[in-house]
Write a protein that binds this ligand. Structure first.
Ligand code: ADP
Ligand code: MG
Length: 240
């Protein structure tokens, strides 16, 4: 699969009179695992939704694979998003939940079966295809949400606090699984979290966001060793 970059050039976004994203400049490399870290309300979800095409920026440019995607609707962007709430269909089996995006895209039956089975195998859920979401643990439901997104073979994977509903032990395990899967697929991934440890232990690079402003971008080590201001120092843990 082709690896693509995502570039935010001087992007601003307002909800009514409130400016939520302020002149963001972030360039995410093809194949990178990029973490977006910031406290609640800092604009992380807003930025992800913008990249996915659910929000429109008021100024600036959003480039995917070097092309301006402004105005292109979400379903034509080849971007997959996993929400914090998973948003699985409770009345459908695991198989049908994962296959849903392929049905929507009118993928032929045989190919649909093959791709769905492959996605389930990838997240270790082949045995659970006939179950319903409420018969699974939180971690397994999380894997279904991931499989459902991966099955459409997006060029960019957006993860909005995908592990925050899980308990600490499972979160650490799923973090490793997620990273291993990302490495295997080589898919450009933007991972949103408010948990600095989660960002520090997974990301190739990360951006720290506060009140819609990028405070710093760099590798976890770089931010830890050379925070540019007090906020970053506090947030990534130097001063804890
Ligand atoms: P985060 O994901 O970092 O917690 P959000 O992107 O959800 O932050 O929100 C950033 C800011 O935008 C918050 O102040 C929030 O209240 C506001 N906000 C989010 N969504 C909307 C909306 N649909 N309408 C108005 N304000 C919103
Ligand atoms: Mg959020």
């Amino acid at each position: 699969m082709k690896k693509v970059g995502v570039e935010c050039r001087d992007i601003s976004l307002s909800y009514g009179k409130t400016q939520v994203l302020k002149n963001l400049n972030i360039s995410i490399e093809p194949g990178e695992f990029f973490a977006l870290l910031g406290p609640s309300g800092s604009g992380k979800s807003t930025l992800l939704r913008l990249i996915a095409g659910f929000n429109q920026h008021s100024s600036g440019q959003l480039l995917v694979d070097g092309k301006d995607v402004t105005g292109i609707p979400p379903w034509k962007r080849n971007i997959g998003m996993v929400f914090q709430s998973y948003a699985l269909w409770p009345h459908m089996t695991v198989f049908d939940n994962v296959a849903f995006g392929l049905v929507e895209r009118k993928v032929p039956r045989a190919e649909l079966r093959e791709r769905t089975e492959a996605a389930l195998a990838l997240v270790g859920l082949s045995q659970y295809a006939k179950r319903r979401p409420n018969e699974l643990s939180g971690g397994q439901q999380q894997r279904v949400a991931l499989a459902r997104t991966i099955v459409i073979e997006p060029q960019v994977l957006l993860l909005d606090e995908p592990l925050s509903n899980l308990d600490k032990k499972l979160r650490v395990q799923m973090r490793r699984e997620l990273l291993a899967l990302q490495r295997r697929l080589g898919i450009t991934t933007i991972f949103v979290t408010h948990d600095q440890e989660e960002a520090m232990t997974t990301a190739d690079r990360m951006a720290v966001l506060d009140h819609g402003v990028v405070q710093q971008i760099g590798s976890p080590n770089n931010l830890f060793d050379f925070p540019v201001n007090r906020f970053v120092a506090n947030f990534v843990g130097t001063m804890n």
